[in-house]
Design a protein around this ligand. Structure first.
Ligand code: NAP
Length: 304
């Protein structure tokens, strides 16, 4: 069968696009191979989504999936490996086992954690080095952990870990935080958290598990060692756009450039959420992107 709209990614952008597509009378398929809700699942608490003053990331992800499932969408737990015939009226989406066809495609693959690029990061990945505090924090009950970064993710991670660990360090490379001031204030007020600024990580040490990190003060250049059981790296995300590099225009940060209707420049091809070039990456903006992409995918199909 030929689907009207195929959506790659089941996070806030993809599920929102699915709802708008299905409500527009379209036959919609959503591909998500890891977990519906996408990056929302890595957030312990969401308190800035309009209309819901506080909810866990996992619960919001479940609600979004359930909301989309109310409509007659098809959900596939398959990973898209290739897109072919992208400029044709019927495009092909290729997974390991199947080939699917759709008239419009919405790219909503989100972003993946940025790597720090220091010695020990890959060697001790899964053995104390983590990119997801809500997934792995519970392993470090009453232990010492380090969170690297100065954005909302780093501060949310540190506040989450402070409820579990005996000591949490936030290490940031300068003194200016990108995190919302309310989160920064909460972290400074939390006796479990110690914030170290003007500090970079030289390496992560440990034989089978993380034991310590070597730090360098960027002002004094003084080298230090902090004993820790885990390192949570929260230094931003990289758009998951590799698959689209052949046909979509990518910005310097690898995000997909779209117009205001989320069109990518090829008829029937749209992008939404964190994978696209956007000045604000939030759940609410991803959901809004999905709504726009879904609505204009409907208009596109009705026009052909
Ligand atoms: P971010 O806002 O881009 O912050 C990344 C942080 O990591 C910055 O402090 C940056 O430092 C630092 N950094 C980057 N590369 C580094 C490196 N190589 N070594 C050391 N530090 C490095 O990333 P994020 O916190 O993951 O947030 C991503 C987006 O999601 C943001 O738009 C954020 O607002 C949003 N978000 C929102 C919520 C929420 O609203 N509830 C929760 C989580 C995330 P510099 O400042 O020096 O560049």
């Amino acid at each position: 069968m030929i689907y009207d709209i195929a959506i790659i990614g089941g996070g806030a952008a993809g599920l929102s696009a699915a709802i708008y597509g299905a409500r527009g009378g379209m036959n919609v398929v959503v591909f998500e191979d890891i977990g519906y809700g996408g990056q929302i699942n890595y957030t312990s608490e969401v308190d800035n989504y309009l209309g819901i003053s506080s909810v866990s990331g996992a619960e919001l992800a479940d609600k979004m999936r359930a909301h989309a499932a109310k409509y007659d969408c098809t959900f596939k737990s398959e990973s898209i490996r290739k897109i072919e015939n992208v400029s044709q009226p019927v495009k092909k989406l290729i997974t390991r086992k199947n080939v699917y066809e759709a008239k419009a495609i919405i790219l909503a693959t989100g972003a993946k954690p940025r790597k720090l690029g220091v010695f020990g990061e890959d060697e001790l990945a899964g053995a104390g080095v983590s990119y997801c505090a809500t997934c792995d924090g519970a392993f470090y009950r009453d232990k010492t952990t380090v969170v690297i970064g100065g954005g909302n993710t780093a501060f949310e991670d540190a506040l989450y870990l402070a409820g579990i660990c005996k000591k949490v360090y936030i290490i940031h490379r300068n003194t200016r935080f990108r995190a919302d001031q309310t989160l920064v204030n909460k972290a400074y007020d939390n006796p479990v958290i110690e914030i170290i600024t003007d500090c970079v990580i030289e390496k992560i040490q440990g034989e089978h598990t993380v034991k310590s990190i070597v730090t360098k003060n960027t002002v004094s250049h003084r080298i230090g060692v902090i004993d820790t059981d885990a390192v949570f790296i929260a230094i931003g995300r990289v758009p998951e756009s590799t698959l689209y590099a052949d046909f979509a225009s990518l910005a310097d940060d690898k995000s997909i450039i779209t117009d205001e209707k989320m069109q990518v420049g090829i008829p029937g091809l749209f992008a939404a959420g964190d994978v696209r070039k956007t000045p604000l990456r939030q759940i609410i903006t991803a959901a809004a992107d999905g709504a726009v992409a879904g609505a204009f995918a409907v208009s596109y199909i009705n026009s052909i």
